[in-house]
Write a protein that binds this ligand. Structure first.
Ligand code: CP3
Length: 659
C-alpha cells in the first residue's frame, strides 16, 4: 500500500490469470485510523491502494466525553443541550456516530430542549435534522444564551435539570456558573477537533489523482472525511475541478449517514454496503466498480471520443499525412505528434479493459488490441497510431516463455547464458507464430480513420538480447556484457538469429498494413560507443537493410547521447532523440535525417503550463527544419495525468504550425 504521493503506478504490470474484484483499478481511500487495514483490503480485492487520509488520527479515548454524553442522552438522562459552535456540533456528531446511529441521536435530542448560541450551530443542526427550541440573540455570547432560557422560563425551567454544553476548544465557565445559579446541573461535553490531517499532502495528492483522472474508485468511511475533503479542496482552490472529476469516478460510502453528508455536499454516491463495515464497503465497491464504470462509458455520448474531431485529415491517404511527410523530410503545415506508449495504464479506458483481461491476452486478442490503439489515438488527437503489442512477444516463439508479473514487469521462463543456450534458440516465422499481431494490424488499420498512419514496431536486437539473457529488466546488464565479452561466437550467432527474426517480423507488419516501423533499442544506452560499434551496429544495420526501402523506419534508443552517430550509421530514416540529448545540436548534426523527440515524459506530471513551455522548448530547438516529429524522449509513464497529455498534443497543434 502506498500514499498517493509515491511513485507506485509503475509496479502494477500485472498479468493475473483471472481478473477479479477491482482488477487493477486505482482506489483512493480517505480513512486515517484504519488506513493500513483499508489498504490491505483494497489490495486483496485486486485494487491499487492509494491512501489519502482526510482526518487527523484521533484516539477513540479522546472522544470519551462525547461518547459518554451520547450514552446519557440515549438513556434519557439529559434535559437540555446547548450547542455553542457549528464546527463543534459537527465534530460532536462525528464522534458520537463512531458508536451510535445518527437517527437514534436525533430522536433522543427531540426529547430534550435544544438551544443554540448563534447561526452556525443552528445551521449545523439543521443539516443534521435536529429541531432547535431556543436561539440566543446577537451578539451571541453566553449571556444571550442564559437570557434565552430566562425568557422561556414558563415553558422550560432550568431548576433541577441536567444541561449539557457542547464545548469546543476552551470551555465557558461563566455559562456553567450561570446555569448552576439557576438550579441546573451543567454537564460539559468537550469535543476534540476531528481535524484535517496535519500533513495534507497525501490527501492533496489523492485529490489531484482524482482531478487528473488517474483514480477510479473513492472510499469514504465517515461523513467528516467528506467535509474535510471539500474543505481542503476549497482551501487549495481545486474544489470546482474536484467536483467535476467526481462525476467520473465510482464513489462508495460506508453507510447512510456518510451517504447523506455526501449527498448534502453534492457528491453522488454509487455504492453503499448493506452493513456499515470496512470489509463490506471494500467488497461492495470491488464488485460494483467495474460494471458501473462500463455502464457509464456505454451511456456516454455515442460517437467518437471528444478529441477525435480535433484532427483534420488533409487526405484519406495515410501516405500524405503530416507524419509520413515529416518522416520523408517533406515540408509540412504543422509538426506532427504522437507519443511512445500512448496507449497504456495512465489511461482509464485502458485500465478498465486491463482489469478484465491479463496483459498478454490483450496483446493476443486482435479486437481488444485494436480497441486500445484506436481509443488512445482518438482520445489524444495524435497524428499517428501505434500498434498495441509489446516488444517482448517475439521471445515467446524463440522458445523462452514469457509472463508479465505484478510488480516485476516482464519475466522470461528460460534465459540464454552460453553457446548451448544460443543453439536452442528458435528463429521466428512471424506469420506462423505471431499471427495475432498481423490480425491486430489489419483490424487496427480498418478501424482507424483512413488518413491516420499506423506504426508497427519491434524491439531492436540488443534490447531483445538483454531481456533474453537477463530474463527481465536489468540494472547493470552483467550477464549480457559477460556473454558479449567472453564468447564472441555465441554472441554473434544469437544477435544474427534475433536480427533475422526481427527483420522478418517488421516486414510482415508492413505487409499486414502498417505505414512505418519503429525499432525500440530502449536499453542500448548502457553500452560504450566501442561496444556498440563492435557488438551491435552490424546486427541492427542488417535489420534496417532488410526492410522495404519505401517504408519509413524510426530508430529509437535512450541514454544514447554518445551513440547517436553510430545509430545513424546503423540505419533508419528517422532518428529518435531522448530527453537527455541536446536536440538543437542533434538537429544541426543530422541535417540529412528526420528526427523524433524529445520532451521529458516527467514534465507531464508538472501541469499544463509546464507542458506548454516544455513543448515550446522542443519546437524552438528544431526551428523550422523539415523532417521533425514531436514525441517524448521516452514513453508516457504510468500515473501520468491524461489531461496533461492532451494538453501536450494541443500545444504541439498550436505552436507547431508552419508558414
Ligand atoms: O502505445 C503504445 O506504445 C503501446 C504499445 C507498447 C507497449 N510496450 C505496451 C505495454 C509498446 C510500443 C511497448 C514497447 C516496450 N515494451 C518497450 C520499449 C519502449 C520503452 O518504453 O522503452 C519495452 C522496453 C517494453 C517491455 C515492457 N513491456 C516492460 C518493461 C513492461 C512492464 C513495465 C511497463 O512499462 O509497463 C511491459 C508491459 C507493457 N507493455 C504494458 C503496456 C501497455 C503494461 C502492461 C500492463 O497493462 O500491466
Amino acid at each position: 500500500m502506498i500514499s498517493a504521493s509515491s511513485e507506485q503506478a509503475g509496479k502494477d504490470g500485472a498479468n493475473r490469470s483471472t481478473a477479479e474484484g477491482f482488477g487493477g483499478l486505482r482506489v483512493v481511500y480517505f480513512e486515517s485510523r484504519l488506513a493500513t487495514e483499508c489498504g490491505t483490503l483494497v489490495e486483496k480485492s485486486g485494487g491499487i491502494a492509494i491512501s489519502a487520509p482526510a482526518m487527523r488520527e484521533v484516539e477513540l479515548s479522546d472522544n470519551g466525553p462525547a461518547i459518554s454524553f451520547a450514552g446519557q442522552l440515549l438513556a434519557g438522562r439529559v434535559d437540555a443541550v446547548i450547542f455553542l459552535t457549528g464546527v463543534g456540533t459537527r465534530h460532536l456528531f462525528a464522534a458520537m456516530e463512531t458508536v451510535h446511529q445518527r437517527d437514534e441521536l436525533v430522536a433522543a435530542l427531540k426529547e430534550t430542549t435544544v438551544a443554540v448560541r448563534g447561526p452556525k450551530p443552528l445551521r449545523a443542526l439543521g443539516e443534521l435534522g435536529v429541531r432547535v427550541d431556543l436561539r440566543a440573540e446577537e451578539p451571541n455570547t453566553w449571556q444571550e444564551v442564559l437570557a434565552a432560557f430566562d425568557a422561556n422560563q414558563s415553558t422550560f425551567s432550568l431548576e433541577g435539570k441536567t444541561v449539557a454544553v457542547q464545548e469546543y476548544g476552551v470551555g465557558s465557565p461563566q455559562l456553567a456558573s450561570g446555569l448552576a445559579e439557576r438550579g441546573a446541573t451543567p454537564l460539559s461535553v468537550a469535543v476534540y477537533r476531528w481535524a484535517t490531517p496535519e500533513n495534507t499532502r497525501p490527501l492533496l495528492d489523492g485529490l489531484r489523482e482524482i482531478i487528473s483522472g488517474t483514480a477510479d474508485v473513492l472510499l469514504f468511511t465517515s461523513s467528516m472525511q467528506a467535509r474535510n475533503v471539500i474543505e481542503i479542496a476549497s482551501a487549495a482552490d481545486i474544489v470546482d475541478q474536484l467536483r467535476q472529476a467526481l462525476k467520473e469516478v465510482v464513489v462508495a460510502s460506508i453507510g447512510p449517514v456518510c451517504s447523506q453528508t455526501l449527498d448534502e455536499l453534492g457528491i453522488a454516491v454509487d455504492v453503499q454496503p448493506a452493513r456499515g463495515k470496512l470489509g463490506a464497503l471494500v467488497k461492495a465497491a470491488a464488485e460494483q466498480a467495474l460494471p458501473l464504470l462500463e455502464q457509464r462509458r456505454r451511456q456516454a455520448v455515442p460517437g467518437p471520443p471528444p478529441t477525435a474531431g480535433r484532427r483534420e485529415f488533409a487526405s484519406d491517404d495515410p501516405e500524405q499525412s503530416l507524419f509520413m511527410r515529416a518522416c520523408r523530410r517533406e515540408p509540412v503545415e504543422r509538426v506532427p505528434v504522437w507519443l511512445m506508449r500512448q496507449a497504456g495504464r495512465y489511461m482509464r479506458e485502458y485500465r478498465e479493459l486491463r482489469a478484465r483481461t491479463p496483459f498478454m491476452d490483450l496483446c493476443k486478442n486482435p479486437e481488444l488490441s485494436a480497441e486500445v490503439a484506436v481509443t488512445a489515438a482518438a482520445r489524444l488527437g495524435v497524428d499517428a497510431a501505434i500498434l498495441f503489442s509489446d516488444i517482448l512477444l517475439i521471445v515467446e516463439p524463440m522458445g523462452l516463455g514469457l509472463t508479465y508479473t505484478r510488480g516485476d514487469g516482464p519475466r522470461l521462463q528460460h534465459v540464454v547464458r552460453d553457446a548451448s543456450d544460443v543453439d536452442r534458440l528458435q528463429e521466428v516465422d512471424p506469420n506462423e507464430s505471431l499471427p495475432f499481431v498481423m490480425d491486430a494490424i489489419r483490424r487496427t488499420r480498418g478501424e482507424l480513420p483512413a488518413g491516420l498512419p499506423l506504426i508497427g514496431f519491434s524491439g531492436a536486437p540488443f534490447t531483445l538480447a538483454s531481456y533474453i539473457i537477463e530474463g527481465g529488466s536489468s540494472r547493470n546488464y552483467t550477464h549480457t556484457k559477460r556473454l558479449m565479452h567472453s564468447d564472441r561466437g555465441a554472441w554473434d550467432a544469437m544477435m544474427e538469429l534475433i536480427s533475422r527474426s526481427v527483420a522478418r517480423y517488421l516486414s510482415a507488419q508492413v505487409e499486414a498494413g502498417v505505414q512505418a516501423v519503429q525499432l525500440f533499442d530502449s536499453w542500448v544506452g548502457c553500452l560504450s560507443p566501442d561496444e556498440y560499434r563492435e557488438f551491435v551496429l552490424p546486427h541492427t544495420r542488417s535489420v534496417f537493410d532488410a526492410l522495404p526501402p519505401s517504408t519509413p523506419s524510426l530508430h529509437f534508443g535512450t541514454g544514447t547521447s554518445a551513440l547517436l552517430d553510430l545509430q545513424v550509421e546503423a540505419g533508419g530514416s528517422v532518428l529518435g532523440i531522448d530527453h537527455r540529448s541536446d536536440l538543437a545540436e542533434a538537429s544541426r548534426r543530422f541535417s540529412g535525417l528526420a528526427l523524433q523527440g524529445n520532451m521529458d515524459p516527467a514534465i507531464l506530471f508538472a501541469g499544463p503550463e509546464a507542458v506548454r513551455s516544455g513543448c515550446r522548448a522542443v519546437l524552438t530547438a528544431v526551428g523550422d527544419r523539415d523532417g521533425f516529429i514531436f514525441n517524448l524522449g521516452h514513453g508516457v509513464l504510468p500515473g501520468t495525468p491524461v489531461d496533461n497529455v492532451i494538453a501536450l498534443v494541443d500545444a504541439v497543434h498550436e505552436f507547431g504550425l508552419r508558414d
